[in-house]
Ligand binder design. Structure first.
Ligand code: AHG
Ligand code: MN
Ligand code: MN
Length: 337
C-alpha cells in the first residue's frame, strides 16, 4: 500500500474533508520542513558544534543554549516569506516577530517553543519543538511588535492546529488540525514525514505519572494530597500501584502519554508563584492540552480547563495537569475537595 506522507494527509484534510484551508496546509508543511531542519541540526551534535550555551538569556531569564537560538532562527526564516502568516511569537523572543514588509501577510498566527527540554540537549536525551496555530483576529493591530502581542491573547480552544516534534531515537511529528491526532515518522533517507499512526486515543486510566518530585515540599496542599494518594499504591484510596517517569522534556513526557497513557503534572509551587507556574500557556500548555483533548484525554490547571484560560500576556505561565482522562479527574478532584 502506498505510504501516506504528511503532504498527502494535509491534502486530504483540505480537499476531501474541507477541514483546513490551503494556507493552513502550507503553514503546516513549512513548520514540518523547519522541524526537519532542526532535527538535522540536532543530529550533528558535537561534530557540528551545536551543543552548549549560547551565552545569552531569553525574556524568561533562562540561559539560552545554542540550539534554542538556532531552532528559533530556523522556524522564523522558514515561515516569514510564505505569505501564510500575520505574525509569529516564541519562547525565545520578548515580543512577536512581524512579517517583514517585503513579504505578503496571511491570516494565521504561529507561536512556538522552538526547543523544548533544553536541559537534555547536552546529555543526548529526547528534546522537541512545540507549536500552536491561531487565526489572527480581524482588524488586529500589527503595526508594531508591542501592539501585535494582543492578537495572540486567545484561549487555547481557539487553536486551529497544534503539534510537536520529538527528536528522539526517531524524529516524529505529532499533529492535530481538530480532526484527531496523527503521528508522522521522519524517513531520513527520503527526507519526508510519513503517517505511522492515526486517531490516537489515550487510555482513560493508567498507572504511570510524571512529576518533578524534588519540588514536593513547595506544592500546594491539594497536589500534596493527590501525589500522596498515588504513592500510597494498593493500600491507598486509589487501590493500585503507580510507577513514576520523568524525562524533563515536556514533549517526551507527553509523547509517552500519547503512546500508552499516564499523567504529566507541573503544578504550582511556592518558588514559582510570582511567575504563575513553570510552563508557559501559549506555547507549551495550550498546544499540548489541545492535542491531549483531541486524543480523548484531559488537561487542567487543577481548577480550570487549560483551553478555557483567556491569556493576558504572551509569556504567561500556568500549572499543568494533563493525560489520561480519569487520572486527571482524580487530580482535579483533590483541588475541589
Ligand atoms: P524549555 O526547555 O523549553 O525551557 O522547557 C523545559 C520545561 C519542560 O520541557 C519540562 O517538562 C520542564 O521544563 C522540566 O522542568 P524541571 O527542570 O523541573 O525538570
Ligand atoms: Mn519548553
Ligand atoms: Mn524551549
Amino acid at each position: 500500500m502506498a505510504r501516506r506522507t504528511l503532504a498527502r494527509y494535509l491534502i486530504e484534510e483540505q480537499r476531501d474533508k474541507g477541514i483546513i484551508t490551503g494556507d493552513l496546509k502550507l503553514l503546516l508543511e513549512v513548520v514540518a520542513r523547519a522541524c526537519k531542519a532542526i532535527s538535522i541540526t540536532i543530529g550533528k551534535g558535537g561534530l557540528g558544534g551545536v551543543l552548549g550555551e549560547a551565552g545569552s538569556d531569553n525574556i524568561q531569564g533562562e540561559a539560552q543554549k545554542k540550539l534554542d537560538v538556532l531552532s528559533n532562527e530556523i522556524l522564523l526564516e522558514a515561515n516569514e516569506w510564505g505569505g501564510h502568516l500575520a505574525a509569529m511569537a516564541s519562547e525565545e523572543m520578548d515580543l512577536p516577530h512581524l512579517v517583514p514588509h517585503r513579504f505578503p501577510k496571511g491570516e494565521y498566527l504561529l507561536i512556538f517553543d522552538p526547543l523544548d527540554g533544553s536541559s537534555n540537549i547536552d546529555v543526548n536525551v529526547s528534546i522537541g519543538t512545540i507549536f500552536s496555530v491561531l487565526k489572527c483576529p480581524e482588524g488586529a493591530d500589527l503595526s508594531t511588535q508591542q501592539a501585535a502581542e494582543k492578537a495572540f491573547l486567545q484561549p487555547g480552544r481557539a487553536q486551529v492546529a497544534a503539534g510537536y516534534a520529538v527528536y528522539g531515537p526517531t524524529t516524529l511529528l505529532v499533529l492535530s488540525v481538530g480532526d484527531g491526532v496523527a503521528v508522522f515518522t521522519l524517513d531520513r533517507e527520503q527526507g519526508q514525514f510519513v503517517l505511522t499512526q492515526e486517531n490516537i486515543r489515550i487510555p482513560e486510566e493508567s498507572n504511570e505519572f510524571a512529576i518533578n518530585m524534588a519540588n514536593q515540599r513547595f506544592w500546594e496542599a491539594p497536589m500534596q494530597g493527590h501525589i500522596a494518594n498515588l504513592l500510597a499504591g494498593k493500600q491507598g484510596p486509589l487501590g493500585k500501584d503507580y510507577n513514576m517517569r520523568w524525562v524533563a522534556s515536556m514533549v517526551a513526557d507527553v509523547h509517552r502519554i500519547m503512546t500508552r497513557g499516564g499523567t504529566f503534572m507541573y503544578p504550582m509551587d511556592e518558588k514559582m508563584r510570582a511567575k504563575g507556574g513553570k510552563l508557559r500557556l501559549l506555547y507549551e500548555a495550550n498546544p499540548m492540552a489541545y492535542l491531549i483533548e483531541q486524543a480523548g484525554g484531559g488537561a487542567s490547571t487543577g481548577r480550570q480547563r487549560i483551553l478555557d484560560i483567556v491569556p493576558d500576556r504572551l509569556h504567561q505561565r500556568v500549572p499543568v495537569i494533563l493525560g489520561s482522562r480519569l487520572e486527571v479527574e482524580r487530580a482535579v478532584a483533590c483541588h475541589s475537595a
